[in-house]
Design a binder for this molecule. Sequence first.
Ligand SMILES: Nc1ncnc2c1ncn2[C@@H]1O[C@H](COP(=O)(O)OP(=O)(O)OP(=O)(O)O)[C@@H](O)[C@H]1O
Length: 628
Amino acid sequence: MDFEMEKDVNPPESIYLQFDAVKYNVVVKKTNKWGCAWGMKTATEKEILHGISGSVGAGEMLAMMGPSGSGKTTLLNVLGGRRTNPQWVSGSILYNDVPYTKNLKRRIGFVTQDDVLFPHLTVRETLVFSALLRLPDKFRKDQKVERAQAVLAQLGLQRCADTIIGNQFLRGVSGGERKRVCIGQEILINPSLLFLDEPTSGLDSTTALRTISLLHKLAHQGRAVMATIHQPSSRAFHMFDKLILLSEGFATYFGKAKGAMTYFDSIGFTPLIPMNPADFLLDLCSGNINDMSLPPKLQQKHKNLSFKKQDNTVGNAPATPRTLLAKDVKKYLVDCCEHQISTWDRTKSLQNQKLKQNLKELQAVVSEKRQWATTWWDQFIILFDRGFRERRHEYMSWMRVLQMVLSALLAGCLWWRSKHSTPNQLQDQEGLLFFIGVFWGYFPLFTAIFTFPLERPILTKERATDMYRLSAYFMARTLSDLPIELGLAVIFIIIIYFMTNLRHGFLPFMYTTLAVCLDVMASQGVGFCIGAAIMDVQKASTFASVIVLAFMLAGGYFVQHIPPFIGWVKYISFQSHTYKILSYIQYDNAKLRGLHGGPTKSVLALAIMVVAYRVVAYTALRRMKISA
Ligand SMILES: Nc1ncnc2c1ncn2[C@@H]1O[C@H](COP(=O)(O)OP(=O)(O)OP(=O)(O)O)[C@@H](O)[C@H]1O
């Protein structure tokens, strides 16, 4: 099956990307001698890209090839505006002769190596939600949906349109289809520049070829397409317009893909057996010179080295004649590239394009003011709807409902027809009230701590493309789980209230339900807070268990006279306040049970906590800088 050409969308505005002598450094932190990340640490700077030059224009597909660790992803991230800190990036990177600004985001599509998608949404839902969020408001809702359908057809995804995306635990669409969904999410906005990191990794050769052919078509519709490719087949290789070959962060070739073999032949490297050009080039960049001719300069060295003893060292590893030769080959390639290729290509610049189009017009494309595609409210509604659909299986999960019902039935049996006439009966019933507070202060918290750490990859991806405001996401995400948590809490209270014979009457029942709902919301707030601040599921769970334990112990049931230096825990413990409110609802004279301060204070405290913990969670999320 081939992919249809896009018919109904105007060609994107052309952007000519030119980069010259691009370098990229990172700080490498070394751990101490025990391998721990804390204590005495040393930081060193490491140069990952050593002055890469090249260009790509509308209608061209540039492939970046090289052995693993040669710097392809890093270069793609730098050119795609994902690494812009001038402290670490140097050299010139110009888009229509203008340096990168965040305004360019809406002209750039970026497909990352990992397919970051919601597993429970269908292919159609994924594309429609992306279209609703990313296409500007000048399109009506039905036009946005139509655009998503057109992309679906263009990428040949109709057959699996209503299949869920899936993940390693959940059967969904195939790897190739998932990759096409990711590409679809980017081409929805009709980008001028499309960057793709390993779009063919993990795909069989036929699907990989189809994907490259799709990229080739997308480029020929007037886009500049840049992709890192590991091991293309020879048919795929011939679809590339331009090629950058990297080896250990150095360029060993930049120019027309078709001219690569001729170039390497001209500098002395020719395959001695029929070979896929991509295999030949990768072998060469890795210094593996089996089955190829060598330039005379290296041939002589090869002979000399073959007679030498293996007593030299390169780095920590013993240097054999083969590794020394590989090093010489790479150096030779880099020198040749520097002198012969980059010089002729650097002379080509925007000048060629300027002849075709007005420079001012081209630059206006790059400098267009950055603005949100949709309003805050639309973002909130769309994200709420998406969140609800993604987690609908959880909401409808019988396991969860069963867990709640069984817990309520168990507690109902244990406190069956409880009374509070004698001190012993009263003590038992207070245990029940405390249990309700602790139970509903525990489950929502442990569900909420996973929210942000698990959604971080998708949040990072979507925020990098300016899809929505963080506040709209936060509100939608924190509110979408609330109905189910509150619903379950109400079912629980209905069961337990009548089984355990709590205070009769409509008002006491309603107040109890309200107090538990406040408990649920405060507990969720603490969970969001911990998750957003730590952003690591394991660490967050450990920390949360300590917090829950502290709040429970200080809740007023186990210890009533807490020493003043630790007494503040009681005030921020939502379980303590819930227990207090429930006691007031059940008993007329709560002071007799050692409870001081009326229920109003506790209701107020819980209400403040519901808001305050969420504000702290939002601030923590902002500080994580999950944006580009
Ligand atoms: N933040 C970082 N800190 C330290 N080293 C880094 C960092 N980022 C990249 N590197 C190193 O830079 C080199 C290039 O990495 P990069 O991911 O760009 O390679 P690649 O060619 O895309 O590899 P692959 O094909 O395996 O994905 C690697 O040696 C990598 O370990």
